[in-house]
Each structure stands twice: as structure tokens, then as C-alpha cells.
Write a new protein. Structure first.
Length: 315
């Protein structure tokens, strides 16, 4: 069953009326097809109109929708023979950042990404997708492993940010994020990154410093959450919608600014309404992005990636 967002209340009301009609006619004695068809057409039209003019804050809500596909769904839908590789070989195996080897439509790849979890137990186990230092050190290890064997790296980013706890800071959170970003820039194999939900702060950049950065149509990517920005500037999280507008967090804004390279379209109403279609669309975009680097040697790939990020923000 769909979980409707606050701005989708008119759509939810229409769908509620449709469900009520179907329940009333469940015994088959009343023909309601015509009426349901009219209401469904009205609901679909309202959905199209709503999603055609989403504000940055509304896109943030869509990006955070709990029913959006998660890393495990992308791996299940796109990666064959996935072999998870755990641990940073120093402290622990962080469950917020998952990685491993697999095959993406016939191409061997290393896949690394954030897993938020999709129910209470899994969210706690994966720490809501907020990586700890050992998670970023695991990512570094896997990127270097991929580089050694000449395998392209695919990273899927979906995090509100790196874990801010005291223990994480004691274990070198900032250093681990910086080293992971450095590893992204250093490896000589193509690195394709995709922002599939939230791209929050350095916790996202540490996996998103790729040759090509893709972003879902209704994903967001920013240096801080809109609530965090509003709390700093206005001393209240109530100003989050204004902050989201000012921060240019949407895929459309970031494409214009040159921060990302391509926008992956989502099904009508967001990836959570048709996960399989969203996963297929991402697979198509990843394959296309990887193909662009066929025949290039390591130095060309590395140089192109560095130039890309040095050029961001220059007039």
C-alpha cells in the first residue's frame, strides 16, 4: 500500500475513494468500473501535475520516502552473482556501507553503497545508512582491490550523512571520509556514482567523487540537510523549505551547476511507486556511463576525473 507524503493528500483522498468503491462492489453485484476509471484518471492527472512542479523541499521528502528502493534492491535487480566483501581489516565491518563483486549486465564490477534498511530492525542494523569510519575504510579497501584487478567501480549513494557519534569521531571519521574521497580520485579504473536517494554531506562525497555522477530525478544532494542549514541560519528547522530552495539541492539545479553529469528519470510519482522500473532505468544509465570509458587507460581515466572536480565552480 502506498504511503502518501504530506503534499500528496489530495491524491490520497482520491485513492481512498477508489478503494472504498472497490470494497463496496467486492461482491460483484454493482458495476463500478466506469466510476473507478474516472476517479483513477483524475488521480493520475493530479499525480502528473503535482510531480511536474515539486519544490526542492518536496523533492527532499520524496528522496527520503521509506519505500524507495534501497541498495539491496538495486543489487538484487541489477547485479548477478553478487559476492559481499566485509570489514576494513582494522576494526569492524560497518553495515551502513555495503560492498562486493558482481556482474552488471555482463560486465564485472565492484559495487559499493549505503544501505538504510527498510524496517525498524534493519534500519538499526544498518545505522540508517550513516557510515562509520570503518565503513569508509572498507570502501577504500574495496576501491583499491578493484583498481588492482582492473574492475570498474559503481557506487550508490543514499545517506543523510556520515554517523556523527562521539565514537566515530574518536576513530577518525573526518580522516576516513577524506581518505575515501582521495581513493575515489586516485584509482585508475572508471568510477560511476549514482545519487539514488539522499546525498548528504561528506558522507556522500566520500563515495560520489566519480568520473560520472548520475542522480535520480527526485533525489537530493547537499553539503548539509535543509533542516540543519535552517537551524544554523534561522535557529529553527521550520525554515527547512526555504533552506532547500536556497541550497539548490535538486538534480535539476546540480546538473545546471555542473556538479552532476546526468539525471536518471523516475517513474511517475517517484521511484517508490514503481521500484522495478526505477531500478531498470538506473541500470541503463550505469551501463551507458561505463561504456564511455571503454578503451581508456588508467591515466586517462584518473586525469579526466580530477579535471572534472577541479572545474566545478569555475566560471
Amino acid at each position: 500500500m502506498d504511503s502518501f507524503l504530506d503534499f500528496e493528500k489530495p491524491i490520497a483522498e482520491l485513492q481512498g475513494r477508489i478503494d472504498e468503491l472497490r470494497e463496496t462492489a467486492a461482491n460483484g453485484e454493482v458495476d463500478i468500473d466506469a466510476e473507478v476509471g474516472k476517479l483513477q484518471a483524475k488521480s493520475d492527472k493530479l499525480l502528473r501535475e503535482t510531480y511536474a512542479k515539486l519544490s526542492p523541499w518536496q523533492k527532499t521528502q520524496v528522496a527520503r520516502h521509506p519505500q524507495r528502493p534501497h541498495l539491496k534492491d538495486y543489487i538484487a535487480g541489477l547485479i548477478e552473482d553478487f559476492m559481499p566483501l566485509g570489514g576494513d581489516r582494522a576494526f569492524a565491518d560497518d553495515q551502513a556501507i555495503i560492498g562486493g563483486l558482481g556482474t552488471l549486465r555482463g560486465r564485472k564490477v565492484m559495487v559499493i553503497g549505503h544501505e538504510k534498511g527498510d524496517d525498524t530492525a534493519s534500519r538499526l542494523r544498518h545505522n540508517f545508512g550513516m557510515g562509520k569510519p570503518e565503513g569508509y575504510r572498507k570502501a577504500i579497501r574495496l576501491m583499491k582491490l578493484a583498481d588492482r584487478f582492473g574492475l570498474p567501480v559503481v557506487t550508490l549513494v543514499d545517506t543523510s550523512g556520515a554517523f556523527p557519534g562521539v565514537q566515530a569521531e574518536e576513530r577518525g571519521q573526518a580522516e576516513a571520509i577524506a581518505r575515501s574521497t582521495e581513493a575515489c580520485l586516485e584509482i585508475g579504473v572508471p568510477l560511476i556514482s549514482a545519487i539514488v536517494g539522499e546525498g548528504g554531506s561528506g558522507g556522500a562525497v566520500a563515495l560520489a567523487t566519480g568520473n560520472t555522477v548520475l542522480m535520480f530525478e527526485h533525489a537530493v544532494y547537499s553539503v548539509i540537510s535543509p533542516e540543519g542549514c535552517a537551524s544554523i541560519l534561522w535557529r529553527t528547522a521550520d525554515k527547512a523549505p526555504e533552506a532547500a530552495e536556497a541550497m539548490k539541492v535538486t538534480a535539476q539545479h546540480l546538473k545546471d551547476l555542473g556538479v552532476i553529469d546526468a539525471i536518471v528519470p523516475e517513474p511517475l510519482g517517484g521511484a517508490h511507486r514503481a521500484p522495478d522500473s526505477a531500478i531498470d532505468a538506473l541500470g541503463d544509465a550505469l551501463v551507458k556511463a561505463l561504456a564511455a570509458f571503454d578503451g581508456q587507460d588508467g591515466s586517462e581515466v584518473r586525469t579526466a576525473r580530477r579535471k572534472k572536480f577541479l572545474a566545478i565552480g569555475r566560471l
